[in-house]
Design a protein around this ligand. Sequence first.
Ligand code: FE
Ligand code: CA
Length: 526
Amino acid sequence: MLEFDRFYRTARQEGHVSRRLFLGYSAALSSLPLLAEQVSGRTLRKVSFAADPFSCGIASGDPTDTGVVLWTRLAPAPFEPSGGLPAENIVVEWELATDEAMTQIVQHGTAIATPQLAHSVHVEVEGLEPARWYWYRFRAGDAESRIGRTRTMPVAHSLPPELRFAFASCQHFEDGFFTAYEHMAHDDLDLVFHLGDYIYEGPGKEGGVRKHLGKEIKSLEDYRIRHALYKSDLHLQAMHAHCPWVVTWDDHEFDNNCACDISEEADFLSRRANAYQAYYEMMPLRRTSLPRGSDMRLYRTISFGRLASFQVLDTRQYRTDQPNGDKASPLNEAACDPRGSLLGQRQAGWLQASLLESPAEWNVLAQQVMMGLVGFRPEGKELLHYSMDQWGSAVHERGKLLEFLRDRRVPNPVVLTGDIHSNWANDLRIDDRQPETPIVAAEFVATSLTSGGNGVASPKGLERRLADNPGVRFCNAERGYVRCTVTPDAWRSDYQVVEEIEKPGGPVTTRAAFVVESGERGIKPA
Ligand code: FE
Ligand code: CA
């Protein structure tokens, strides 16, 4: 209850918790299953499955220079609430080898898949060699998984010559096929970052290329089945098995445009607990991300030697409510209110400390919503309007963060973003509306992988948008992902677009490519 007391006291001090939410939170806490790691009850070793229990695939993630997380979930019937398994523990064996044929096994062990965590396992392998590829697989009862490939990061203070990674976001299952991952698998990547909207919470609807199962998701079982549906995509499975991923969520992993403890629903914190638990269960995350009630720590640092440090952010869980009723608005008093925050105090403090400690040449913020202040003019309005779900809703905090990057001379700051279903390349300033002031950081924004269906290269009103927003170097509304090549001298972002996602097999094209030279500010065409 200690956590709760603190929550309630802080919330009261900030004056935004209603009695309804207070009661909702109490109910949420008392009804939650304990996510304790200790295993109780019977443990089965000799199991015979009615169907492949590795229906959700395998994955690895959150690598360090000595270890990585290996993940899988047993679910022979992934679209049933039980996953097709009895409420008993099951032994899962894992093996890690230095060769693809799995003949040179360097580590192996067992993990217990418990029904409390939907028979998922998160093996934190340690004691590995830095900067090398490994292969792994799982066994449970009479079943064996595919072989996955993963890698460790270069040793902490080394300067590796190159990092290749991709980042993606917004993969609505009903809007298109995950063809982007089919192409991404050929990109020779060290890492993949997913910046949120990995699943969408809405009910199944007609007219898409595929269909969600069931109604809008709310219960733990609903969230589990939705994740299993997304994970049933074979291109997604193959990409997870291909290299380690680093994931963070945006809003749709829980609920559209969710913000901290604000919602119309009384039972919203117990729903959030369901969403967070299912997310943890289905992702290659470390124990440090194990949810506690409706809280889950997702912000963390991933380092690739001292070439690049990624501060992975969570701009949803701790944010203040969207000002101006979540409606696009001018940057008015509410948007500039110093209390407005996307990070929350604790994460903001952690971020500053992490940036100060970072030995990296490239300092990356891997996060959700657009940091570039990109305004547009709604019909009949003279003033530029800004999304109140993005950093324009917390202008003060955004300015402080950019001032920090500038004043502390954080080397080569780069912001990676998802959410907006279109590609952008933005020069970031303390105030983007003042192009005569110095550039502080570069922002690369990935379009959606599928959300919105087939897109267009030149969105409506593009010329006006570019003229109104001098920091914007590029905008495109096709579908795809961004591939990055990072060396000590330069950063390159390739905007990969898939021209057709509503049918399988759409070809990929590099629509644009941009570079930032180390030590310089400003995005340039490659
Ligand atoms: Fe989205
Ligand atoms: Ca979003």
